[in-house]
Design a protein around this ligand. Structure first.
Ligand SMILES: [Mg+2]
Length: 353
């Protein structure tokens, strides 16, 4: 999915925002697990000093560049953000990955690439004496990373063979496990990193476990319904259609009396409050070229108002992730819950609006 970056970049001024509102959307301490997406008055590329970026589904998709990604990264770097590309693909060397990125117009050197192979080599180097022999299950990238850490790679075998033979579970270095995140933070010297990715169970969970903020882009495997249904460990701090969201501010989501509002949209958990039109919604309807929808969505979330699609999604997330929204999830199995999530998404129009 692409598009809507333009809408984000030209978002109307928001209501007076919290000072430096990268914190929780609501005043006072509140665990991120029950908060909606955060607000950030500044473009993320100015608020955070470094981005730890996933590659597939973020910069390219199946080897083909994602439209606008290279420009967004160039712009982020221009604003002073350090960029590191963090991949669970241990088979290729950082040089090979940097060369691929260069071919897509993304300025990156091998030093900007952090692989799970390098994180694994670091984990081993911390546990083994220099020159120790390491049985390698993997490709060139892994052997190279081991040598860089002073270890000696020897022959290969399959992971499951080792697990069966030794009866021990392997230590995992890739996302969402902490070593790759730690290696990336150290590589770029990040004080305040934001993790950027397209997967909830690797990129976003890795950020949550590492205590970092995160931006989910919808150019890869995660769809909007997946996001609404995400559990606490899988909820990003921010969501945007694509990497243009890195150079955009993110609107604050207001919460009052069980209603969540952002950018002209208001969402309530169905059955908890009566939703009336809001001033913001009326203002937004006056704008040309935006969608306008109203109605109950699958008996779970009630949507009213209009505005940009991505703001609608942010507002839906805030309601769905709230304690009331979690409690009101439709009974039944995953299929019923997915239907309710799809219905809610349908109430904000389509991503191109
Ligand atoms: Mg990915």
């Amino acid at each position: 999915m692409t598009g809507n970056g333009a809408a984000e970049r030209t978002a109307r001024p928001q209501a007076p925002a919290q000072p430096d509102s990268a914190g929780p959307a609501e005043p006072g301490p509140r665990p991120p697990s029950s908060s909606g997406p955060k607000g950030c008055q500044q473009p993320l590329s100015e608020h955070y000093d470094a981005a730890l970026l996933d590659l597939d589904g973020v910069v390219y998709l199946g080897g083909r560049p994602i439209a606008g990604a290279a420009d967004a990264l160039t712009e982020a770097a221009k604003r002073g953000m350090k960029l590191a590309y963090v991949t669970n693909n241990a088979s290729r060397s950082p040089h090979a990955i940097a060369a691929q990125l260069a071919g897509m117009g993304v300025r990156a050197t091998a030093a900007d690439i952090v692989t799970s192979a390098q994180a694994a080599a670091r984990v081993l180097a911390d546990r083994l004496p220099a020159g120790a022999r390491v049985l390698v299950v993997g490709g060139t990238g892994l052997r190279l990373a081991l040598r860089e850490r002073g270890l000696r790679p020897v022959s290969t075998a399959a992971v499951q063979v080792l697990v069966h033979a030794t009866g021990r579970e392997p230590v995992v270095a890739g996302k969402p496990e902490p070593p790759l995140h730690a290696e990336s933070v150290e590589r770029v010297g990040a004080q305040r990193p934001v993790v950027v990715g397209d997967r909830l169970d690797t990129d976003i969970e890795g950020a949550v476990r590492g205590g970092a903020d995160s931006l989910l882009v919808l150019t890869g495997v995660t769809g909007p319904a997946d996001l609404l249904l995400a559990g606490p460990q899988h909820r990003p701090s921010y969501v945007s259609a694509d990497l243009a969201g890195l150079n955009a501010s993110h609107p604050h989501i207001r919460s009052e009396g069980g209603r969540f509002s952002c950018g002209g949209w208001t969402v309530a958990v169905a059955g908890t409050v009566a939703v009336a039109g809001t001033v913001a919604a009326a203002e937004a309807r006056a704008e040309a070229g935006v969608s306008s929808h109203e109605g109950s969505a699958g008996g779970w979330l009630t949507v009213s108002g209009s505005g940009s699609w991505i703001d609608g999604l942010r507002t839906l997330c805030a309601a769905a992730w709230s304690p009331g929204g979690a409690a009101a999830r439709p009974a039944g199995g995953p299929q019923e819950q997915r239907q309710a999530a799809e219905a809610a998404i349908g109430s904000i129009g389509s991503a191109g609006d």
